[in-house]
Design a protein around this ligand. Structure first.
Ligand code: GBH
Length: 461
């Protein structure tokens, strides 16, 4: 790596956790094996135009068949922790009823392999692959899905909790609710504002129900948490309209999750905004007590921060439907292959703000990383200085936030390897390990070697 990438990491303690992350649908393949039923992503991928290139997760990285080699790969990267998700439709086909032992057995073997290599398994229970039958019954806008989720969580917990200590209920409920039910660019591809708001509430309720039940069943100390995707929302200028747009973006992106989770109520300004749109969170008696049940660690997924404007390009403050304009403006500077800006300093800003506004909550970076237009040589080697720099700058941003008091205890690079990047298909590569999709050969990129060296340097080993 370039000399400039040897960053001051001295203030990251030897106890700091280092990991790599993946999710089930993005890597496993084997979608019809051992009793797995379709998820909403299997269905969505077959909708014309939904996914770039018409790609789907049928094979993905074929991880389901290559798991032992992949665990060896993880080990070779020098990390101490691996974050993976469990596919609900493998464990409980159709989303109801008893466990499918053949499906559970895969995660049982994975857990054992990881532990045998000295790697701590971090389990995420839901990374977007809802059983299609539950979507057919109404999906997350249907309150019953929250109870189904808690039942499913207990099937996994009962199988793995003798060996797994770290449990994350949901990955990025904003994406499930907003992208899945309002924008429609993620599964199930619905476009209804009221449904998205109901989905938010039922996702949070499912988190609370599952956390309560797992905690009650735990026979030793365990850590429970939730992972949120978060950015920063700064006003593009100091006008009242831009400041209000930033408030709304922050409210919908961050506060409507963290306020009920940590303070036991939805933010009053957002409730008011929703009422002005004729909608509301479908809260029933006792829900907020369930949602605000204590948890131990906040998972933070960060990719970039944005500015917001309250006017469109023509200067209008309201759109055609009469709703206030909330227009994202991407900060200037270099972009990744996703066309996402690189804003490491805003990562520090976010973490310090979380520490200030939601105190007393240890944080772990459960995802951070970037897609770039990698070019692999004939042997699959990728000299990804751009990704290496991205990781280095963002790890330095974490260290800077810690210096300002933010209680961040670990970092997972997204992702272990190139994989199915949702609506972008296989065209966008986030891995620190290159995957040749013809041969399924995995080759660590320069960034992976840099990551391994950085971890060993911080550990002083
Ligand atoms: C994560 O989602 C996922 O957990 C992971 O599975 C995925 O592969 C990875 O990121 C890379 O995409 O431009 O309006 O969407 C991150 C999704 C991307 C959501 C940035 C928020 C910014 C606002 N986030 N996005 S917007």
């Amino acid at each position: 790596p370039a000399p400039g990438l040897l960053l001051p990491t001295a203030d990251l303690p030897p106890s700091f956790r280092w990991g790599v992350a993946t999710s089930s649908y993005q890597i496993e393949g084997a979608v019809a094996e051992d009793g797995r039923t379709p998820s909403i992503w299997d269905t969505f991928c077959r909708m014309p135009g939904a996914v770039v290139g018409g790609d789907n997760g049928d094979v993905a990285c074929d991880h389901y068949h290559r798991m032992p080699q992949d665990v060896a790969l993880i080990k070779s990267l020098g990390v101490d922790t691996y974050r993976f998700s469990v596919a609900w439709p493998r464990v409980q086909p159709g989303g109801r009823g008893p466990a499918n032992q053949a499906g559970l057995a895969f995660y049982d073997r994975l857990t054992d392999r990881l532990l045998a290599e000295g790697i701590d398994p971090w389990v995420t229970l839901y990374h977007w692959d809802l059983p299609q039958e539950l979507e057919d019954a109404g999906g997350w806008p249907n309150r019953d899905t929250a109870y189904r989720f808690a039942d499913y969580a207990m099937l996994v917990f009962d199988k793995l909790s003798d060996r797994v200590d770290n449990w994350t209920t949901l990955n990025e409920p904003w994406c499930s609710a907003w992208l899945g039910y309002y924008v429609g660019v993620h599964a199930p591809g619905r476009k209804n504002f009221d449904d998205a708001i109901a989905a938010v509430h039922h996702l949070l309720l499912g988190h609370g129900l599952a956390t309560q039940r797992m905690r009650a069943a735990a026979t030793r100390e365990m850590k429970f948490g939730i992972t949120l995707n978060m950015g920063t929302a700064d006003p593009a200028t100091d006008t009242a309209a831009d400041r209000d747009a930033a408030r709304r973006a922050d409210g919908m992106g961050l506060r409507i999750y963290l306020d009920p989770l940590r303070k036991g109520s939805y933010p009053a300004d957002m409730v008011e905004d929703l009422a002005a749109r004729g909608t509301a969170f479908p809260v029933q008696d006792g829900d907020l007590e369930v949602i605000s049940t204590p948890f131990d660690v906040l998972g933070v997924n960060f990719y970039f921060g944005q500015d917001f404007s309250g006017t469109d390009e023509q200067g209008n403050t309201h759109d055609a439907d009469g709703h206030p304009v909330v227009r994202a403006i991407l900060p200037a500077g270099p972009r990744t292959a996703m066309d996402w800006p690189i804003t490491a300093e805003r990562f520090t800003q976010l973490l310090v703000r979380l520490h200030r506004d939601y105190p007393g909550l240890p944080m772990v970076i459960t995802e951070n990383g970037a897609a770039f237009d990698d070019s692999a040589d004939a042997d699959g080697n990728v000299a990804d200085e751009d990704r290496t720099s991205y990781l280095a700058e963002h790890i330095a941003a974490v260290a800077a936030a810690r210096e300002q008091g933010a209680d961040v205890r670990g970092y997972f690079a997204w992702s272990l390897m190139d994989n199915f990047e949702w609506a972008e298909g296989y065209a966008k590569r986030f891995g620190i390990v290159h995957v040749d999709y013809e041969t399924q050969v995995r080759t660590p990129k320069q960034s992976a070697l840099w990551y391994r060296d950085t971890i060993s340097r911080v550990r002083g080993s």
